[in-house]
Design a protein around this ligand. Sequence first.
Ligand SMILES: *Cc1c(COP(=O)(O)O)cnc(C)c1O
Length: 393
Amino acid sequence: MSDSEDTRLIIGGRRKEWTHGVVNPPVYRASTCLFESYAELRERTANPTAKKLFYARKGTPTQWALEEALTDLEGADGTMLFPSGIAAVTTAILSLVKAGDHVLITDSAYEPTRAFANGLLKTMNIQTDYYDPLIGSDISTLLKPNTSVVVTESPGSLTFEVQDIPAIVKAAKANGSYVVTDNTWATPLLFKPLDHGVDISVEACTKYIGGHSDSMIGSASAKGDAWKKLSKTAYQLGHMVAPDDAFLTSRGLRTLGIRMKAHEENALIVAAWLKDQPEVDKVLHPAFEDCPGHDLWERDFAGSSGLFSIILKGGTYPDTAAMVDRMRLFKMGFSWGGYESLILPADPSHNRTAVPWAADGPLLRIHIGLEGTDDLIQDLEAGLKRYSERLSS
Ligand SMILES: *Cc1c(COP(=O)(O)O)cnc(C)c1O
C-alpha cells in the first residue's frame, strides 16, 4: 500500500543520511565540498545529477530534500529549484526551444511570462502567439510544424479561466509539441499536471508551498525527455536556490495540506458572501458555476485554493482607492499564498491580445488567508461601504 498524500508531505525528502538524526534536513551553507581523495572526487563527480556532494551549485542535502519531496508529489522523474517562480517558468520554456521555433502561450498567463516571451524569446528568433485560455482542443488550429512548446496556466492569473489541459496535451502531442503548466494556484495537491500528460509542471513555491511570505523560490518538475532537457538547461544557466530558502520551503511543505484546506474553506465562505453584495458584479472563482471553465475544474481538480478575483460594479480609480486604502486585515501587495489575506487592484486589459478583457468595473484580486472569516467579511463590508459611498457622492 502506498502512503497517503498527507503522509508523503510529512516524510518526503527526510532521508536519514541527509537529516543525521534530527527532524529537518539542516541548512548547509556551502560553496566548496571537500574530497578525501582523488578517487572520491572521481566517484562523486562521475554523474553530475546524482545527489552526491560535489559543488554546492549542484545542491546539498538542504535542496535535495525539497527536490525529492516535490518530485514525489508531482509524480515526476526529477525537480529543479530556482531563485524565483519566474526563473522556473522561463527556464522550463528555454529548455524546450531553439532559434526559429514557435511558442503558444495562454492569454491569461502571468504577466512576467509574457514579458519573457515578448523580450528574450523574441531576440532569440522565437515567435510567440497568444491563445484563448478556453480554446481546448481547437489549439490544434494554432499549432505549427515548428511549435515546440504550449504554455498553459490554469486557472489564469487575475482572470481565473480554467483550461482543458488534457485536450491541449492531446493536440500538442499529436503535433510533437511539449506542454508546460504553471500550476502555482493549485499546487500539486489540487492538480498534478504530469498525470495529465504535461511535460513540465512549474510551481512558484514563493506562494503556497513556502506559505509564509518570507522566501522567493520556484520549482520545475518533469518526466522523461523533458526532464533531461530541463535539468541540463538549469545546470547550464547556473540555477540553484539559497539553502535558507530551500529550508523554509521544506518547512512550509510539511503544513501545506492543512493550510490548503483552511485557505479553501475560508475562501469559499468569503467568496460566497461577496457574491451576494450589491457592489459586486462578478466573483471569478473556479469553484463557482459562472467562472469560465468551472466544469473543467470540477472534472480535473481536487479542490480550490484561496485566490480569486471580484469585479466591482461601476467605479474608477478613486472609488477603488477609497475601498482598498483603509482595509484593516486585507493588506495590499504582490504575491500571495502566505497565511495572511491580501487585496490587489489589477487591470488585466494591458496583457490581453488574443481575447480582449472586457469588464465594466474594477477588478480586485483577493487572497484569503487563515484569519477568522467573520473578521475578513467585516473588513470587506466596511471597504465596500466606502466604495459605494464614494461612488454615489
Ligand atoms: C507569483 C507567480 C509566479 C512567479 O513567482 P515569483 O516567485 O514571484 O517569481 C509565476 N506564476 C504565477 C501564476 C504566479 O502567481
